[in-house]
Design a protein around this ligand. Structure first.
Ligand code: C2E
Ligand code: CA
Ligand code: CA
Length: 693
């Protein structure tokens, strides 16, 4: 047989081409995986061409490395034809490997196609070199070479699959290089095995030596072209990857911006809770879903929140609202919707809440959690929630009606004392409407200064003289007639008009004191009733002082009546405020004493000069032993604390006698006089002392 040898430099070039080609091919497969539609098809075509041509170039350069000492050449037609099986096989492999789910069967098929393609290319290429005498094939090695190609292809594709499984980029590159080396060695191994199968007889000549010249320049041209094709394909793949990565990042940013906008449109920025728009949407959904199980809507308003905002500032107010939001979230299940409707209003929607008992339990839980004191700026602050509940389908079938009814129920709670919950009942709307017209009428009356003040004398039980008077507000409504203060004072408190009302009362009182002084009538002091909201209004004491100074009235002649329950709200804070008033020269009196829960300890600390026994005890004293006992205890207690006692609601001679015997200092009531206009009071004052028995 003819001795042949290889040009080792060209062998090295051929193996390099094979490895580079494999690397580029795996990159292209990656691109196909990340593309769709026509882009994917374009990448399959490009990949098939580049990969097929790369394999063919490796083979061709390998052939050029083959040297038998006589000139060799190749028939152009067959040489060009040999590229076809390489491209076809490459195309099929690209398609197979780019499917998102690669099974063992598809891997084996792709490997087999690749191996067969490379084999077909090689032996077609060999046929392009016609020898005389012709080549003696060692068929065992031929078969072995094809089997080697198939096995190597399957192995390298199996390694290539790992590329897609890795998250880290560096690991992906490492797996791709490994797969490329295996594939490169497979293709070149197949080639050189194939060459080993070809036996050339002594004196053999190449009949195609004049077709394609076997020379260095051809090797260089093919190598340069092959590497050029491969490098440009690799660059295209890289550019495509960059563009895709960029557009993916843009997509992500766009999506983030979109979801941030969506969040803002449907959430409250302060608490992060859903807002009104979102709640309406959720409620509508829930109402559509509910077939047999009812939906409950709770409307929650905080009483006393304004005070926190006014006294501690908006930042503290915001913090407080966030803690309320958290408390509300903790009161219900994850799937219930808690929303903030703005200000201090919250709404909760519940589905499948498990019966009325459970709903009541949830309301109690909210009352408990939200009423707990929150320490802010070192002060324990509390608000009390008023909760109105409406149920679908009982109280309405659409979101708007349910909310309106829950709101009406919430108002009914406020009406009857706050810090409670109520279920919607028919008639609540009429009450709400009535309240609204009354509020508007009261505003009108205050603007026109139509509130009058009447005075009820306070009689000394020892001297029988008038020692002072209590100022009581009166409102004569054009259509309704006299509206009692027990009706309009709460309306003024709720609608924020109480300070205006209080100021009008105080101004009238100050003018009246001046008038009595001018007329030479002696009124020692006037007591004025104060509401909690008035006391809490910012700069209340300053305004008071200014008015009193304007009228040149001694502050000692103005006494303020504060109910025991008012004094008990936030005792710490209240003590500061009351001491401030005392320091400015005003006297203070605890009204309705015995109905609140003030402790002895607290009473001791309070800067008050007088306690006023609630009229219920005075009224009950003649029939009820307990009332009598309480009254006696109050008087005894006041004496111990050196406080003056006033009995109100005194209506009978018997009450007067009993109170005087007890040692009560002052009395007022219908027995002496009803509250009266200043002119009528002038008469009483002129008459002087009255006989007490
Ligand atoms: P109050 O401070 O406890 O006032 C005593 C109430 O008892 C007055 O009712 C008075 O007219 C009534 N009264 C007086 N003597 C007798 C009696 O012998 N028997 C009975 N049954 N009642 C008697 P009025 O004027 O209707 O006031 C009701 C409440 O409205 C007051 O209770 C007070 O809390 C509030 N109020 C009245 N005027 C003002 C005001 O200018 N500002 C504030 N914040 N509240 C006021
Ligand atoms: Ca009073
Ligand atoms: Ca009273």
């Amino acid at each position: 047989m003819l001795v042949h040898h290889y040009n080792l430099a060209l062998v090295a070039v051929s193996v390099t081409i094979a490895i580079v080609n494999s690397y580029v091919s795996f990159s292209v497969i990656g691109r196909i995986l990340h593309s769709r539609g026509w882009q994917a098809s374009a990448w399959v075509t490009l990949g098939a061409m580049a990969m097929g041509f790369g394999v063919w170039s490796m083979h061709f350069v390998g052939m050029l490395a083959f040297d038998i000492g006589t000139p060799l050449g190749y028939s152009t037609g067959l040489t060009l034809l040999s590229v076809v099986p390489a491209i076809l096989a490459a195309g099929i492999v690209c398609r197979q490997m780019a499917s998102p789910k690669i099974t063992t069967a598809s891997l084996a098929l792709a490997g087999t196609v690749m191996g067969a393609g490379v084999g077909a290319m090689h032996y077609t290429g060999m046929a392009a070199m016609r020898m005389s005498p012709s080549i003696v094939w060692d068929w065992a090695i031929v078969v072995l070479s094809v089997l080697f190609a198939v096995a190597g292809s399957i192995a390298s594709l199996a390694v290539g699959v790992r590329v897609g499984l890795e998250r880290r980029r560096s690991r992906r590159v490492a797996w791709r290089i490994a797969a490329s080396v295996v594939m490169g060695c497979t293709v070149s191994g197949m080639h050189y095995l194939g060459m080993a199968a070809a036996g050339l007889r002594q004196g053999a000549l190449c009949l195609t030596a004049h077709d394609l010249v076997h020379g260095r320049w051809l090797a260089m041209v093919v190598t340069v072209v092959a590497l050029g094709v491969l490098v440009s394909t690799a660059l295209m793949a890289l550019a495509h990857q960059r563009v895709q990565r960029h557009s993916r990042r843009m997509d992500v940013e766009l999506e983030q911006a979109r979801s941030a906008l969506h969040f803002q449109a449907f959430h409250d920025t302060l608490t992060g809770l859903p807002n009104r728009a979102m709640m309406m949407e959720k409620l509508r959904d829930a109402l559509q879903r509910q077939e047999h199980s009812p939906v409950a809507v709770m409307f929650i308003d905080l009483d006393g929140f304004k005070t926190i905002n006014d006294s501690l500032g908006h930042e503290a107010g915001d913090m407080f609202l966030c803690s309320v939001a958290a408390a509300l979230r903790n009161s219900v299940r994850e799937r219930d919707t808690v929303a903030r409707f703005g200000g201090d209003e919250f709404v909760i929607a519940l589905e499948r809440f498990g019966g009325m008992d459970n709903l009541v339990r949830i309301c109690r839980k909210i009352l408990d959690l939200v009423s707990r004191p929150v320490v802010m700026d070192g002060h324990p602050m509390t608000v009390s929630p008023s909760i109105g509940v409406a149920l679908a389908p009982r109280d309405g079938n659409d979101a708007e009606t349910l909310l309106r009814n829950a709101d009406a129920a919430m108002y009914a709670v406020k009406e009857t004392g706050k810090a409670d919950f109520r279920f919607f009942e028919r008639g609540m709307h009429e009450m709400a409407r009535e309240r609204l017209t009354l509020t508007m009428d009261l505003r009108d009356a205050l603007m026109r200064e139509q509130i009058r003040v009447v005075y009820q004398p306070k009689w000394s039980l020892s001297s029988g003289q008038v020692v002072g008077v209590e100022a009581l507000a009166r409102w004569h409504h054009n259509e309704r007639g006299e509206v009692p203060p027990l009706v309009f004072v709460p309306v003024a408190e709720r609608s924020g008009m109480i300070s205006m009302l209080g100021e009008q009362v105080l101004k009238q009182v100050l003018r009246q004191v001046e008038r009595w002084d001018d007329e030479g009538l002696h009124v020692d002091y006037v007591t004025i009733n104060l509401s909690l909201q008035e006391l809490r209004a910012p700069a209340f004491a300053d305004r008071l002082c200014r008015l009193v100074q304007e009228h040149e009235v001694d502050p000692a002649r103005i006494r303020f009546e504060i109910t025991e329950s008012t004094a008990m709200r936030d005792p710490e804070q209240m003590l500061d405020q009351l001491r401030d008033l005392r320091d400015r020269g005003f006297s203070l009196l605890v009204d309705d004493f015995g109905t609140g829960y003030s402790s002895l300890q607290y009473l001791r600390q309070m800067p008050v000069s007088t306690i006023k026994i609630d009229q219920s005890f005075v009224r009950g004293s003649q029939q009820n032993f307990a009332d009598r006992e309480i009254t006696e205890a109050i008087v005894a207690l006041a004496k111990k604390l050196h406080l003056e006692t006033v009995a109100e609601g005194v209506e009978t001679q018997a009450q007067v006698n009993w109170l005087r015997d007890l040692g009560c200092d002052v009395a007022q009531g219908f027995f002496f006089n009803p509250p009266m206009a200043p002119e009528a009071l002038g008469e009483v004052l002129r008459r002087g002392a009255c006989a007490l028995s």
